[in-house]
Design a protein around this ligand. Structure first.
Ligand code: PRX
Length: 643
């Protein structure tokens, strides 16, 4: 096998070895309904489904397990009480290593979820209502999600690093009348004014949705403003009253999660209950080959889909112990990850290439000073992992003992789609691997012709899977346009991909105007819209360029209004402006003032040229003769060199 790294062997019983994978995969493709109805038995149902997938991509209408009913909070919490009520559900590791950590058994988690659910009900939250969760990485972030699921409310978690403006747009879009937040968040000892940000978001001039209630968790104890009648302290309204789980139809909405696309504002991707539940429970079981009693740590934030599927729903539905980490990899020093691994004897670590690269740069000592012998399996997610970082993760962090699962998936896919399975497959550094059960990837060229065998093209999926997003909240047409029109009757992922002779998939990155910054999806259009809101900016075009740590950096070309001059001060001002408009994750890495943008005679910006200039790759600019002003290219190159 080409460039393969043999999977490290272990004596422990495993959920899937190579022969089983081949059989199960075949069956999952030949008889998807039979296969998934069987997997659905991992969950507790009020009404056990008899129907599998009922879907069409032309017109787009997707259902799974439609005659079943269940509750995912029951599956993640209540159902474990009888057999493993005293087992640890959540380990909370605070930002400050000497701070107050917490460990919650399933029984304690149950109590906390019930208290949260009662607090939501006391504010008037009812089945079907959208609840915005804007929280730090603390236990109450998790219990708020589960409490919504318990009472049938639809959660919309907004990453705590987003600005008030970005938060306001997300509250408005799904007409969410309830917010759960905390006084402040903590990240690397820095305080994040979450409650003040929500207040600022609600005070935005174009914010029309009235807020009926805001639940505030006291976390740092900071002094904050509370609005009488609207804002409630969680500890004052929480109660232990009985709070049964709501029976939900399989296709009832579970959550909305906003994600960036190539055009317009972020889309509210909608996931429903039964299919998402089966998908995350099944993928967690096989991909992480989880064994009872193991400590599992996913370093993502609940504000992203990775946190939803693999901090909360996947692990808890499997009765696992999930570590919730409030901090960052480099605080108080670059050994923090390994200190946490040792302290809690973490067996499975799931993190992002950007964190691996940042830690690799700090040298091996931080890692080697720690024991890490508990680590059995390593995972990577969010962006392609470069082979150098993969090797370091494998050789230094895992000492060649722990297999790596490089899991490719998306907000829209609900859970892992392409990965190797730890005991079934050899690995190839830089390749996500093979399709998960039920997934048929297909590579197509730009005209939609299907490419067979070894090939490189646009990555599509040919058949629905239970965890697939069902729509874009409030805009089904946008869902159809974004994913199902580029290639007829296929789901188009937006990613480019190669398939090698062994059938392994190698994701090459986005082929649309989305960039991947530190594993976070960023629409270039969003950054452009933020820039042009500045009174001195006339036009802006944003592209990605290779960045050592972040994978891709944000490169902005900016033209100014007549009479304005580019200067270091304006550079700093615009950077700050984007941070304010969107949040620190959108901070431009590089900004170039230019007197024009390369456009065709019909006015279309030629991003290909902007990308090449940003990459310092001037030899490959291609045909520039269709530009309205071909001489601009030289000026752009000069501007790039002069910075
Ligand atoms: O480009 C792919 C990249 O991240 C995109 C999805 O981003 P998001 O919806 O924010 O979800 C991230 C976490 C699941 C994909 O279209 N991506 C994600 N995982 C990988 C990846 N690219 C390469 N390898 C991966 N393992």
């Amino acid at each position: 096998m080409l460039h393969a790294v043999a999977r490290p062997q272990s004596d422990a019983p495993t959920h899937c070895v190579a022969e089983q994978y081949a059989d199960m995969y075949r069956r999952s493709i030949e008889d998807p309904d039979g296969f998934w109805l069987e997997q659905a038995q991992r969950l507790d149902w009020y009404r056990v489904p008899t129907r599998g997938g009922e879907w069409s991509w032309d017109p787009v209408d997707i259902k799974w397990f439609a005659d079943g009913s269940l509750n995912l909070c029951h599956n993640a919490v209540d159902r474990h009480l009888e057999v493993r009520g005293d087992d640890t559900a959540i380990i909370f590791e605070p930002d400050d290593p000497s701070g107050d950590g917490r460990t919650l058994s399933y029984r304690e988690l149950h109590r906390e979820v019930v208290r949260m659910a009662n607090a939501l009900k006391a504010m008037g939250v009812a089945k079907g209502d959208r609840v915005t969760i804007y929280m730090p990485m603390i236990v109450e972030g998790v219990t708020a999600m589960l409490a919504c699921a318990r009472i049938g409310a639809v959660h919309s978690v907004v990453f705590g690093g987003f600005s008030p403006e970005a938060l306001a747009g997300r509250i408005e879009d799904c007409e969410s009348r309830f917010v759960v937040t905390a006084d402040e968040g903590l990240r690397g000892s820095k305080r994040v004014p979450l409650k003040a940000n929500v207040d600022a978001a609600l005070a935005e001039p174009d914010h029309d949705t009235p807020i009926d209630g805001m639940l505030v968790i006291r976390h740092t104890g900071a002094d904050i403003a509370m609005t009488e009648g609207r804002d409630h302290w969680f500890h004052e309204v929480a109660s232990d009253a009985d709070c049964p789980c709501e029976e939900m139809a399989a296709e009832d909405p579970l959550f909305i999660l906003y994600t960036s696309g190539s055009t317009g504002k972020p889309k509210g991707v909608l996931h429903t209950t039964g299919g998402y539940g089966v998908w995350t429970a099944t993928t967690f079981h096989y991909v992480f080959d989880y064994r009872p009693g193991e400590i599992y740590w996913c370093t993502a934030d609940i504000g992203w889909v990775t946190g939803h599927s693999y901090i909360v729903y996947g692990p808890l539905m499997n009765g696992a112990t999930s570590l919730v980490f409030e901090g960052v990899p480099n605080y108080p020093d670059h050994g923090r990850f390994w200190e946490v691994v040792d302290r809690h004897k973490v067996n499975i670590l799931y993190t992002a290439p950007t964190a691996i690269r940042a830690l690799m740069r700090e040298g091996d000592d931080h890692v080697r000073q720690r024991d890490r012998s508990s680590l059995r399996l390593l995972g990577s997610v969010g962006e392609p992992i470069n082979p150098e970082a993969w090797r370091w993760y494998f050789d230094v962090v895992g000492e060649g003992r722990a297999p790596i699962v490089d899991t490719w998936w998306q907000t829209e896919t609900g859970g892992v789609m392409i990965t190797t399975l730890p005991a079934a497959h050899d690995m190839k550094p830089g390749s996500a691997g093979l399709p998960f059960f039920g997934i048929e990837p297909q590579l197509v060229d730009n005209e939609g012709a299907v490419l067979e065998g070894e090939a490189e093209g646009n990555l599509c999926i040919t058949a629905s899977w239970p965890g697939q997003a069902r729509t874009v909240y409030g805009d089904h047409e946008r869902f159809v346009q974004t994913y199902f029109t580029a290639y007829k009757a296929k789901y188009f992922t937006g990613d480019g991909c190669k398939r090698d002779a062994d059938g392994y998939y190698w994701i090459t990155g986005r082929v649309d105007d989305v960039i991947n910054v530190s594993g976070h999806r960023m629409g270039t259009a969003e950054v452009e819209s933020a820039l042009v809101l500045h009174p001195k900016v006339a036009e802006a075009a944003v592209v990605g360029y290779p960045h050592d740590i972040k994978g891709q950096g944000i490169y902005c070309y900016v033209t100014l209004n007549a009479g304005e001059e580019g200067s270091d001060e304006l550079y700093a001002e615009l950077r700050n402006w984007v941070r304010q408009e969107i949040g620190p994750i959108a901070t431009p890495d590089h900004m170039q003032f230019t007197d024009g943008l390369p456009k065709t005679r019909s006015g279309k910006i030629m991003r290909r040229i902007l990308r090449k200039v940003a990459e310092n790759d001037y030899g490959a600019l291609g045909d520039t003769s269709t530009l309205a002003d071909p001489s601009l290219v030289d000026r752009l190159i000069d501007g790039r060199r002069n910075r």
